[in-house]
Design a protein around this ligand. Structure first.
Ligand SMILES: Nc1ncnc2c1ncn2[C@@H]1O[C@H](COP(=O)(O)OP(=O)(O)O)[C@@H](O)[C@H]1O
Ligand SMILES: [Mg+2]
Length: 257
């Protein structure tokens, strides 16, 4: 095991009835690193992060956090262990303010149950500013934020509430080019803190090349490639992204018509 590994997945298998969605998967996640999780649709990326987030339980295999074996019965267990997951839909309420979304369900209140709005506005503003957006009036509705800014809001929220492992499910996929770059900058700023491990799920080869330190490629539930940029230097990344299919095989398949 790498000395600074914070979270480790070992021999994880996940079956849904007779179907094997994950087959003997290993993953090492270290603080200050962006670990890109790549693979075609159906590869098992979402299933794997749902296991890491406590949504699903593995059929077999082990998960270690900070050297200790853990078993997450539910998302609350995972959150308590410092796993923060930012899903594609972001769990954001468009009509509510930025601050109310930031603190959703975890509001600061006075002894009489009154919301401490000024304090919450200040924290929301400061926490988002640290990782890249200076949204000066967080009392505005989230609807006034760009898609990239919403990603930053969800990331800042996860970190503020204690995430040590930040799982980002396709954070750039629904955005235009300019906003994609904003989100990549946010991810780099989180990495620069040095104390948070980031799992970055993407379909975008260029984005993974731009910011990932380490890669794991999944295809039909199996790891078909893993390593640092250097270790994978001789590999055909495009082939791994396509689930390991060779271009010649694909051409032959199409050529039969
Ligand atoms: N709850 C489930 N029940 C049955 N099969 C599932 C379930 N969740 C995912 N699968 C199957 O597991 C495989 C991997 O899915 P998923 O993890 O969503 O892949 P990815 O996120 O890489 O596209 C797919 O074939 C999918 O149909
Ligand atoms: Mg998925």
């Amino acid at each position: 095991m790498a000395a600074k590994s914070y979270m480790r997945v070992e021999n994880v298998v996940k079956k849904f009835g007779p179907f094997t969605a994950l087959d003997d998967v290993d993953l090492d996640i270290a603080p200050g690193e962006v670990h890109a999780l790549l693979g075609d649709n159906g590869a098992g990326k979402s299933t794997l992060i749902k296991i890491l987030s406590g949504v699903h339980q593995p059929t077999s295999g082990s998960i270690y956090v900070d050297g200790k074996k853990v078993f997450f019965r539910n998302p609350r267990d995972a959150a308590a262990a410092g796993i923060g997951t930012v899903y594609q839909d972001l769990a954001i309420n468009q009509l509510m303010s930025v601050t109310r979304n930031f603190f959703m369900g975890r509001e600061l209140t006075s002894t009489f149950g009154i919301l401490r709005m000024d304090e919450m506005d200040k924290i929301a503003h400061e926490e988002m500013k640290k990782i890249g957006i200076d949204f000066t009036d967080p009392s505005q509705a989230v609807g006034t934020m760009s898609g990239g800014q919403r990603q930053t809001l969800a990331i800042a929220r996860a970190i503020y509430f204690g995430a040590k492992v930040l799982i980002l499910d396709e954070p750039t996929s629904a955005l235009g080019q300019k906003q994609q770059m904003e989100v990549l900058k946010t991810i780099k700023r989180v990495r620069a803190r040095g104390d948070i491990a980031i799992i970055f799920i993407t379909h975008n080869e260029i984005h993974s090349k731009l910011i990932a330190d380490r890669y794991t490629f999944l295809a039909l539930g199996k790891v078909i490639g893993a390593g640092t940029k250097k270790e994978l230097a001789g590999e055909d990344i495009r082939r791994l992204m396509a689930g390991g299919a060779e271009m010649a095989d694909l051409e032959q398949e199409l050529g039969a018509i």
